[in-house]
Design a protein around this ligand. Structure first.
Ligand SMILES: [Fe+2]
Length: 405
């Protein structure tokens, strides 16, 4: 038996934000990030629409990128004091992910962060509040997924919380919110979405229900991401839907080791002044992981199907895999994303010398590999890497060398 879970309601298209006017409840807590939603006037609209629906509102503002365990615990305390029956999270992946974790802690104040991270181990939510997610970036698709990524800064590790309990009740996918994204964010979040769709399609948990969502997302992203990056607003709108379709696929088909590696490299070099941004990490690692996974016959065939849908040519699966890798690398070039960690600048752009020194990488690579293998996304990868293989793979991602194992 397999389970396929999505939000009960998905409001999409221009004006979707107005769906908030129809919500029923007494109190809503609104969770948001650094201020772009406020500057764009969207936060005010959310408040106005909820007031119009007869609700009292309270704001949890300033949720940081890559939200911490502390942020989650503090936000949950605000909820415990205010007692909302709706949690409305608006912004990029970070405020929505943080709000999901706050929701768990609000419903179960005794729960520890370690207990939250037990995969598919969250107790029944919705005893106190329902959850609405409104995404402003086009990538994480957290508005429709069963996942939340929280960073433990003491350990320097990003932990995924995974359970269909935290799949939002309502998702609002209004393209107007994505219009103001800076182009670097368009690039990174867009390649995150591409990675979601491709990893979901070759995941061992893929099924007839997830395949069409993944394939259609790949086609839409291929045809719209670079255009959106170059300022085409119709493509920007399409990308907002495309990333949501990719999210619907991966929330149910799960992901693979591109994400395991991105999770475990993201914050581990923070002491050298930067994070490897999630989407950029995925964009760099995806071609390497495709080469690694394609040694598995089933995965190779499925990459071939993806290449066919993308009309990349190639007369056999080996050629198709090669063409797929080439195409994705070209997308990285078009989006100004580096190909490897040694050229990843502290600002996320290609640099002659990256911010992660070689000796530091080599010192930490064994631990990163061990953690990546333990990541929740590794289990559904089509090929299970050994410690030695994971180390080699990470080195290929550092030096941009060919994966031939
Ligand atoms: Fe992702």
């Amino acid at each position: 038996m397999q389970r396929f879970t999505l939000p009960r309601d998905l409001y999409h298209g221009e004006g979707a934000l107005e769906a908030l006017k129809t919500f029923e409840g007494k109190k809503a807590v609104i969770c948001t990030g650094g201020g772009s939603m406020k500057r764009g006037g969207f936060l005010q609209k959310v408040e106005d629409y909820l007031h119009e629906a007869g609700m009292e509102t309270k704001l949890i503002e300033g949720i940081e990128p890559d939200p911490s365990v502390t942020t989650v615990m503090n936000g949950a305390q605000v909820m415990l004091d205010f007692e909302p029956d709706w949690i409305v999270a608006i912004g990029g992946g970070s405020p929505i992910d943080a709000a999901k974790a706050m929701w768990i802690k609000y419903e179960y104040p005794e729960i520890t962060f370690e207990e939250m991270c037990k995969v598919f181990g969250i107790p029944k939510l919705r005893q106190k509040a329902h959850f609405c997610a409104i995404s402003s970036t086009s990538g994480t698709a957290t508005e429709v997924t069963a996942f939340s990524i929280i960073t433990d800064y003491e350990k320097g590790i990003k932990y995924p919380i995974a359970d269909f309990e935290i799949t939002p009740d309502v998702a609002i996918v209004d393209p107007a919110l994505a219009e103001t994204m800076p182009v670097k964010l368009v690039a990174h979040t867009g390649m995150d979405a591409m990675t979601h769709a491709i990893e979901a399609y070759v995941s061992t948990a893929n099924c007839e229900y997830t395949d069409p969502l993944a394939i259609h997302a790949i086609e839409l992203i291929m045809n719209n991401l670079v255009k959106s990056y170059n300022g085409d607003m119709a493509s920007r709108h399409t990308m907002h839907d495309a990333q949501c379709l990719a999210g619907q696929a991966f929330s149910n088909a799960l992901l693979g080791i591109v994400h395991s590696m991105a999770h475990k490299t993201g914050a581990i070099f923070a002491d050298y002044g930067a994070h490897i941004i999630h989407g950029a990490a995925n964009a760099m690692y995806l071609p390497k992981v495709i080469a690694f996974n394609a040694k598995d016959e089933t995965a190779k065939k499925r990459y071939g199907v993806i290449a066919d849908y993308m009309h990349l040519g190639g007369s056999n699966d080996d050629e198709k895999v090669e063409l797929l890798i080439k195409y994705l690398r070209q997308m990285n070039d078009d989006l100004n994303i580096p190909h490897s960690i040694n050229h990843y600048g502290a600002n996320g752009l290609p640099a002659e010398v990256g911010f992660v020194p070689e000796e530091v990488f080599l010192e930490r690579v064994e631990d990163i590999a061990a953690n990546a293998i333990l990541d929740a996304c590794t289990g559904s990868n089509p090929r299970q890497p050994s410690q030695e293989e994971m180390v080699k793979l990470l080195k290929c991602c550092y030096y941009d060398t060919e994966v031939d194992f």
